[in-house]
Design a protein. Sequence first.
Length: 395
Amino acid sequence: MSLDQVSPGRPAAIADALSERFAREYGVPSLGVFRAPGRVNLIGEHLDYNDGLCLPIALPHATYAALAARDDDEVRVTSLQQDQPWSGQLEALGPGDVDGWAAYVAGVVWALRQLGWDLPGLDIMVDSRVPVGSGLSSSAALECSVALGLCAVAGTDADDEVRRALVTACMRAETEVAGAPTGGMDQTVSLFAQPQHALLLDCRDGSTRQVPWDPSAAELELLVVDTRSSHTLSDGGYESRRRDCESAADSLGVASLREVDDADAALSALPDERVRRRARHVFSEMGRVRESVDQIGDADFAGLGRTFCASHASMRDDFEISTPELDAVVDTAVEHGALGARMTGGGFGGSAIALVPRAQGEAVRAAIGAEFDRRGWPSPGFLSAEPSAGANRTA
């Protein structure tokens, strides 16, 4: 599934169609339809599990979930993007009980029950418009849409306090049940984003601040480029980077790399070259997040572009999570007029972003497509990322 093949669609029409199909297939009406968006991270990669800062936005592409309570202990899950439905019992939804795509759904039910929520058996149907494998957090969108729907099942208002509990539950679902490590950025922005804003998330205490972000007002667009190279967070690469960061923190005697005050001294104290490079990315990226917030506030988009490029170089060289396809997008975009570009997401494939003057948009797209064709790679996909709303009830 590539970005140029997926439209975000019209939420009301998607919700109506999902409601009708739910009633037709399950024989009962749903309690409602709930949407949660995917995300693009402007900057701050691999900082969430280091208690750092990150600056994501929500996309208009979202996952929709329709739900209804049952009068028994069965949980039935259907996805319009999957051939086979899944079913299981309430008492068998936890770690080791579910695998594949259904783990992200069943895991949320399990995690909320672990938090003390009294949930019955359920019928759940989902429809995702977030491209899978593109680094745009389709998994968090799936988790959060279901989690918001479970609030309706439980008769709970989804205020900010409840949404913070949902972030915790969705993180546990992804980490403990689906087996994909996560630091909470994706779930937080999916549940708390506001239109025309980026979300500055402090992962040490979970606090957030809305940062006005409207590049279109400056005749710019944030272009997302799907490289179509493989992307998964459960194949070990992400986890190994996390272990390296934890090893650095242990060596330095701190709970997380966020606690380090003197980065130069800390780097000198780390004997392992690989671990030292991982820590250097974390320290420098935290500084770049702060710089980016100031640059956005000052409308210094040329400076922001340079910060994007520095971030990509750090992820390519120190964290080693880029790919030839991602590097080609960044280099080609900048050569053809982008103010800056960087890979986004967990790495090892997925998508890159470029801050592009609108007048150069088609030229940048054409140049990237030509470069992929020259190298014999599948054609990339493109999406203009408009900062959008977080999870809400659609019908």
